[in-house]
Write a protein that binds this ligand. Structure first.
Ligand SMILES: Nc1ncnc2c1ncn2[C@@H]1O[C@H](COP(=O)(O)OP(=O)(O)OP(=O)(O)O)[C@@H](O)[C@H]1O
Ligand SMILES: [Mg+2]
Length: 491
């Protein structure tokens, strides 16, 4: 059974139960007011004006009417009238007999003070009348029959069989059906509105959720779900939407990883294939006796050694990079004074710097000031070597100027390594930190490398919780910025 159908059922039940309760309450109220169990049932058959009397009263009234028609003189017999009155009293009704302007008989229940003039006038054309009237402050329903006592038309008489009614009960009886109608209509409209509201606010979003879940099941994650309210359903829709986004992102990421993996494999195989082919060529040369002189043999062996070293470097770097990538490379952080650390690292590279006649400039605070950061010495050294290595590799024009700068900030300190090399094209900058990425020019110039230096540097800087970025303009040079957390002594 669907929720929609259940809701419809429950609203229908509410309407029915409410109407039943209302009718019962109205009945009980009317009984409480009139003290008469039958009044309500007689009401629903017909109005008092048409049926002012109950069946018993009506039969006594008919007897009296018969008498009035055929033997009106008997209606002056007090004993006979008293016996009729007694019968009527049993059913809580009363009797009045009037002759001309005099009252021949009045039930004691109507009181002594009743005057003939208070009763409705004679209506000869309409003998039998059923209606209601007020006598003093009391309200009665009655059946009346007008007749002639003798042969003379002027000798008029009337019989009244009356029954006291509560005016309040009368009003209730009048308005009760209208009230029940209005009540039922209001209840019905409210229920329908509620049903529509609940359907719009709960069922429709749930149905949309269901459709979305089916989309996901079929692998379609491109749709968007918008919550239409801030309530629980809205929150559910929002959570579902977040879940879809996450799923979408993770699938995209997975696809990217898959692409990357393929790219990586093809790059590695390409980068390994070239030296292997060369090694194979030289080895075949040796085998075929091409190296007939010692000098030639040395050259061949030297070439094999160089290629093997290149391959070893590639494999080492790849291994190192994948360890960084998988967070398997442990860090040992320690307090490190940046200026002295950088000077020592550059000193280690002095021979290469000298060979290429590079002018090294320092932009750092004067000696007493020390800048302490928290870093893994060996890994940071690797970053600096990679960056300086790049500058040395790509600076081709003289004079070659390399500037190293350090600056202490409030929470982190910055290092910059600036060269006046060829620069990096703006369109290449976004990819520069990706593994195996090399600019076309770098490949063409046959500068050695695999495009792993910056990827490793970035991995290490991320491992430090630091940052690395590059600014470069073609023809002017490149600056790499590093930032590292300052060392804070908590002792
Ligand atoms: N200082 C620089 N000046 C000009 N181009 C640079 C500089 N640094 C990096 N690049 C460009 O960025 C690319 C990626 O650099 P990265 O250090 O990652 O790789 P690589 O130097 O080519 O190879 P590897 O570092 O693995 O030996 C380089 O190929 C080069 O095109
Ligand atoms: Mg490099």
């Amino acid at each position: 059974m669907s929720i929609r159908f259940r809701l419809l059922l429950s609203f229908a039940a509410v309407v029915i139960v409410s109407v039943i309760l209302f009718v019962s309450a109205a009945y009980l109220l009317s009984v409480a007011v009139t003290g008469d169990f039958r009044s309500i049932s007689s009401f629903y058959r017909i109005h008092y004006s048409l049926h002012p009397l109950s069946e018993e009263e009506e039969s006594i009234f008919l007897d009296l009417k018969y008498l009035a028609k055929h033997d009106p003189v008997l209606l002056q017999d007090p004993e006979r009238l008293q016996s009729y009155d007694l019968e009527l009293k049993m059913v809580q009704a009363g009797l009045v007999v009037r002759r001309n302007e005099q009252l021949v008989y009045v039930s004691p229940m109507l009181g002594e003070s009743l005057q003939a003039s208070e009763l409705p006038a004679y209506e000869m054309n309409n003998y039998s009348i059923r209606n209601t009237m007020n006598l003093g402050s009391r309200f009665y329903s009655y059946a009346k029959f007008d007749f002639s006592f003798g042969t003379k038309a002027a000798d008029r008489g009337s019989i009244y069989v009356l029954r006291e009614r509560s005016p309040f009960a009368e009003v209730i009886r009048m308005v009760l059906p209208i009230l029940i109608g209005i009540f039922a209509a209001v209840l019905l409209i409210t229920s329908l509105l509620l049903y529509r509201y609940v359907t719009r606010k709960i069922i429709q979003p749930l149905e949309r959720l269901k459709q979305s879940a089916e989309h996901i099941k079929e692998g379609d994650l491109t749709f968007t779900l918008k919550p239409e309210s801030g309530d629980e359903i809205g929150q559910l829709v929002m959570t579902f939407e977040q879940m879809r986004l996450r799923l979408h992102e993770s699938i995209q990421l997975q696809l990217r990883y898959e692409d990357n993996r393929k790219q990586l494999l093809s790059n590695i195989s390409h980068d390994l294939r070239t030296p292997i082919t060369t090694i194979k060529g030289y080895a075949e040369g040796i085998r075929d006796g091409v190296t007939n002189t010692q000098e030639k043999l040395d050259r061949y062996v030297g070439a094999i050694h160089t290629r093997a070293t290149d391959m070893e470097k590639l494999v080492d770097e790849l291994l190192y990079f994948s360890k960084l990538d998988l967070n398997k490379e442990p860090y040992s952080f320690q307090q490190l004074e940046l200026v002295s650390f950088l000077k020592r690292t550059l000193d280690e590279m002095a021979i290469e710097l000298d060979q290429q006649r590079v002018q090294l400039t320092w932009e750092c605070p004067p000696p007493p000031e020390a800048i302490f950061v928290l870093a893994d010495r060996e890994k940071l050294r690797r970053v600096i070597v990679n960056l300086v290595d790049n500058s040395l590799k790509y600076m081709v024009r003289d004079p070659k100027i390399l500037t190293i700068g350090v600056k202490r900030g409030p929470e982190q300190s910055d290092i910059w390594i600036k060269d006046n090399g060829p620069g990096i094209k703006p369109e290449s900058l976004p990819y520069i930190f990706e593994r195996f990425y090399r600019e076309e020019e770098s490949r063409d110039q046959s500068a050695p490398g695999y495009g792993l230096g910056l990827a490793i540097a970035k991995g290490i800087m991320e491992g430090h919780g630091g940052d690395i970025s590059i600014e470069s303009s073609v023809g002017e040079g490149t600056t790499v910025f590093l930032s590292l957390q300052n060392f804070v002594d908590h002792r």
